[in-house]
Design a protein around this ligand. Sequence first.
Ligand code: NAP
Length: 237
Amino acid sequence: MTTQALVVGASGAIGRAWLAEIHERFPQSAITGTWWRNEPAETGFPVNWIRMNPSDAESVAGCADQFGQLDLLINAVGFLHTEEQGPEKSIRQFEADFFLRNLQINALPTLLLAKAFQGALRKAEQGWFATVSAKVGSIEDNRLGGWYSYRASKAALNMALKTLALEWKRSLPRVCVAALHPGTVESPLSEPFRSGTPDHKVFKPEYSVARMADVLFSKTAADTGRLWSWDGQPIPW
Ligand SMILES: NC(=O)c1ccc[n+]([C@@H]2O[C@H](COP(=O)([O-])OP(=O)(O)OC[C@H]3O[C@@H](n4cnc5c(N)ncnc54)[C@H](OP(=O)(O)O)[C@@H]3O)[C@@H](O)[C@H]2O)c1
């Protein structure tokens, strides 16, 4: 049977690496990737590309209409900074617009995707619905403070995934819902904020995704509703 896989935000560094990882692990799979602002680079293997705005309900529903069955959905969309504005060091820097933009890109898409794709995921024999989250969204793990908007949007995302896992335990019992922490990864999103991280702790996207895939594909629906680090460790919500 062909595995039907969808990577949302496949134009990004981590999303693009997920396409390649899925192609390598499931060579028979039919892979779809979405992008919104930045047209994706050539992959070297077949990808069905769809332009979709992950924060727009109609756009997401239109994409879902193209799927009868879906076995694997990875959401790798995310936002941390613009050219002008970065994550807050203190509450003095907090701006409502920036906060709402974080929520709109980091939390909202997963909820829209879950609603639109649950019909197709229900048909999977063994399904995975995973979003690339971040450890800084863990409330219990927050020891440094700062980054109000990004942290709060990832915490909202984590709560959405946990709540979805509880609902789908009953209605989609063959689907594993997961939040994944990729570590610090070379990408445009992390670029301005990596100077404090030692080189050996900054991963290539391919390495991070291979580790996340090891973790995700070792899980079944019995493991649903957790936040996993790239190294397989569970992170407290
Ligand atoms: N890199 C890290 O160190 C790190 C660490 C922890 C967590 N993460 C998480 O990993 C995920 C992937 O990040 P990345 O490092 O791969 O970043 P990236 O290379 O900058 O990719 C970001 C992705 O998000 C999409 N996106 C951004 N803004 C959007 C908007 N306004 N509307 C629609 N789509 C938008 C982009 O699509 P278009 O360009 O096509 O619009 C792109 O596919 C994010 O959720 C991030 O929070 C990354």
